[in-house]
Design a protein around this ligand. Structure first.
Ligand code: ADP
Length: 488
């Protein structure tokens, strides 16, 4: 089986969030188990990094759908560690992939449709995959292209899988990007399976994938149920319910080598390879001291809470702010590593930063820096993840690798990966953190209180950390589930 991941992100070189980790981690596991996998992605300007093997030209071509659009394109071969990549370099006059970032441009629909048409062009002229795995709205329209458009009579009709990482972003688009590409599109705007539910004058690119992919997966079993409801489906719940036979939730993994606390250069002191409580506590202390020194926090013995997150409405900014206030009031420390793109949320946290300016128990940094993230996981005792929805969430799993206890809202993948320490119906070894259900501040406060109590109860604390060591969030487990879907 020749598997192509068609993606707009890959960790660590082109990463916005969890999607990048999934493309990287799943592909690594598939390669390790002997599968033929390639990842095709735009050749962004910021990819000129030492982490990539020097890209070599595979072929040069010209993409044209009409006499007035001719876009020169070069396809490059490269490798990220042992992962084969195909990089698509469009030489378009808009410099679509030379903008210094992945998303957030006014013409994102155009940019990613361009990438998809150039990817189709590659598949038609260079390499025919037997399985194509798409990720979220930027690539999901390829399912339509294969099933209904150019490749309709292709002798090698690949199987198409779409993974939904986040239903919030759907890629709604007018005719403009198609017209700019010189593509006749009036028929698209008559196909009910493509039209946006809320505004039928627009196409919904994510819906195209949901309607036309052979199989759909999403990144946790709970989220697969949630997205079939009005609250979490964002008007695509109907389209998903219609395809529920083809929909499966597979909890993401994390790459245990990539997130390895016993081999991590960002740490002051690495953790032991097996569970040894005293050594773990020593490593945590050393890393906490490094973080405290780096960021002018007081050298305190009290517990350190943290949040490592994109800061936007999905991540429960009100509750994050409340967790800061509440834990500081209780004498704890809080480290917030979070970058905001939403202007309102950005403003909210600028105010938080101002409010606690000079407080030796609080630090907030709004950079996106993986080295700092690693040190925070290793230094902190508790991580607060109060998301309003969370398709899977990786931070709770990474945190547990670094013996940092998660405090989470019961939603999506958080519900599937964190069992409360007091959940009687669960086995003792399964209990790893604190779980609250409602979005009320009171429920979060109770969890923080329980966390503070656990911190003082060394015996129970050790037991919970020993349960972290037993958790298997490896890609091995998730990749097996993906392979089942691939071979269905
Ligand atoms: P999402 O994909 O919604 O952003 P996930 O929990 O699935 O959330 O994945 C977040 C990933 O991004 C994790 O690998 C986390 O360590 C990383 N991350 C989030 N914020 C930052 C930051 N400010 N700096 C470095 N890494 C971050």
């Amino acid at each position: 089986m020749s598997i192509f991941q068609v993606a707009t992100e890959i960790a660590p070189i082109a990463k916005v969030g969890g999607l990048a980790d999934v493309v990287y981690g799943l592909s690594k596991e598939l390669v390790a188990t002997g599968h033929d996998v390639k990842i095709i992605l735009p050749y962004y300007d910021f990819l000129k990094t030492k982490k990539l093997c020097a890209p070599k030209v595979i072929c040069k071509s010209t993409f044209s759908c009409s006499s007035h659009t001719k876009i020169p394109v070069t396809y490059y071969d490269s490798k990220l560690e042992d992962l084969p990549l195909v990089l698509v370099k469009a030489e378009d006059k808009d410099h679509s992939f030379e903008r210094g970032s992945i998303y957030g441009q006014m013409d994102d629909s155009y940019r990613f449709l361009l990438f998809l048409y150039l990817t189709m062009h590659y598949f038609e002229t260079c390499e025919k995959p037997s399985l194509i795995h798409l990720h979220d709205w930027p690539t999901s329209f390829l399912a339509y292209l294969y099933k209904c458009d150019a490749m309709e009579n292709s002798p090698l009709d690949p199987k198409i899988i779409l993974t939904l990482h986040n239903m919030l972003h759907q890629g709604r688009t007018s005719k403009k990007p198609f017209e700019k590409l010189g593509i006749e599109c009036s028929h698209l705007f008559k196909d009910d399976k493509l039209l946006d539910q809320n505004n039928p004058t627009l196409l919904n690119l994510l819906k195209a994938g949901i309607s036309y992919a052979d199989n759909i997966t999403t990144v946790s079993p709970t989220y697969s149920k949630e997205i079939q409801t009005r609250e979490f489906g964002y008007a695509l719940d109907g389209a998903l319910t219609q395809r529920k036979e083809a929909l499966k939730g597979i909890l993401n993994g994390i790459d245990h080598n990539y997130w390895n606390p016993s081999k991590d250069n960002s740490l002051k002191k690495e953790f032991p390879t097996t569970f040894q409580f005293e050594k773990i506590m020593k490593a945590k202390k050393a890393n906490k001291e490094k973080l405290q020194t780096m960021f002018n926090l007081k050298d305190s013995k009290s517990p350190l809470f943290c949040t490592v997150s994109r800061l936007d409405t999905q991540k429960g900014p009100e509750l994050i702010e409340h967790a800061i206030t509440f834990s500081l009031d209780r004498g704890a420390q809080f480290f917030l590593l979070g970058s905001a793109s939403d202007p309102l949320v950005k403003k909210q946290f600028e105010e938080v930063k101002e409010k606690y300016k000079g407080n030796p128990n609080f630090h907030m940094t709004d950079v996106f820096d993986e080295n700092v993230a690693r040190l925070v996981y290793a230094a902190a005792d508790f991580i607060v993840i109060p998301s309003s929805f969370e398709p899977c969430g990786l931070t709770q799993m990474i945190a547990m690798r670094y013996y940092c206890i998660p405090i989470v809202r019961k939603t999506g993948g958080l519900a599937d990966s964190v069992v409360d320490i007091d959940q009687d119906s669960a086995l003792a070894v399964e209990r790893v953190g604190f779980v609250f259900e409602s979005k009320e501040k009171h429920d979060l406060e109770q969890c923080i209180e329980r966390a503070l109590a656990l911190y003082l109860d060394k015996e129970s604390y050790e037991e919970i950390l020993s349960n972290h060591a037993l958790q298997d969030f490896s890609w091995e487990r998730s990749a097996k589930a993906y392979l089942k879907v691939y071979s269905k």
